[in-house]
Design a protein around this ligand. Sequence first.
Ligand code: FAD
Length: 374
Amino acid sequence: MVNTIVVVGAGVSGLTSALLLAMGRRASVTVVAKHMPGDYDIEYASPWAGANVSPMASLDDSRWERRTWPELKRLAEVAPETGIHFQKYRIYRREQDMQGSKRVADPMFDDDPWYKDVMPEYRELRANEVIPGHDSGCEFTSVCINTATYLQWLLGQCLAHGVVVRRMVLRDLAEAQYLSHAGRPADVIVNATGLGSLRLGGVQDEAMMPVRGQTVLVRNECTPMVSTSGTDDGDTEILYLMQRAGGGGTILGGTYDMGNWESAPDPNIAVRIMRRAVEACPDLVGGEGRGIEALSIVRHNVGLRPYRKGGVRIERERLRLGDGRDEATAPWVVHNYGHAGWGYQGSYGCAERVVELVNEIRLGLPVTPGHHIQ
Ligand code: FAD
């Protein structure tokens, strides 16, 4: 029997898992988390994301993104209150990033990518559509998610489906056993603590590390969304921009800096981010000839992507009790953490797998090896 589920974590992974579990109406679901929608904290990745759908998995590992896209597309079509809207997306490639040992690893930049059959209106760009300093590119229709609006919407959906949310800090995952609002011990604990899984007792996953992302949020507007395969400003500096729905401003990115925990924005990096964005999209500042002084800055942001060496962890195991109790009587843990830079675009696919794993537990099925992807 699975009557009682406690989800630890209220980022996009925890809330989407809680929502899909609650929609099944087969168990009471409690969410317990240190940070909630509305908070901006370096330990909480979800608010800092752009966020958009930029397919970045390899073909073999594309399940999460493939299965998430239809739901994000549906929400963009029928539910503007989610803060998700359609945007054209242009990906630009430089030859120097596409060759040799330093070839950009991200399959998003492949010239014949798997996602061309998934994302609507995919086409290669004509030479005269490619921005200066780049050699080729493609365009397709994607979405941009205003994370401030969407996280609140997700939380609201959870509440509407009977989820009870409690704000708490756990030192050990085992504490979650006794935190259900139903007053019963949990049968299943879902661990969606992101980078918190590095230190949380009972998990302490040494494969977790931050990938620092600095961005600038501006009031200026610019479409389409843009990403490029590389920049001349060093390996950790990248270029992307996306306009958020519902007055959310435009996110100018950014950086992808492995192992860097620094929470303060670096002003020099910020200037380079803004310069690159204005070069790639002069319309941002009203056309050629105007510089970054024409940007109206809302905020400088830093978020830490919850990266996991070896890939995301979505699997089940018995809770490690360490108190002498027989492991076979311990509650189950279903892990869903380590989504690095694709937590939104993989959110429904991953949460769907969480539901499958809970159903396997319900049916008493044996454990099968977990699915890890980069
Ligand atoms: P988090 O959002 O970090 O949530 C973790 C939760 O666990 C929080 O509620 C926290 O309080 C809780 N928690 C942790 N430890 C404890 C504890 N001990 N006790 C209680 N609670 C605890 N993704 C995309 O799909 N598209 C994008 O365009 C995109 N752009 C990004 C840009 C930047 C700059 C960054 C930083 C990320 C970006 N991402 C993007 C990635 C995305 O933001 C993450 O993959 C996603 O937010 C991870 O969500 P999560 O719920 O797993 O973790």
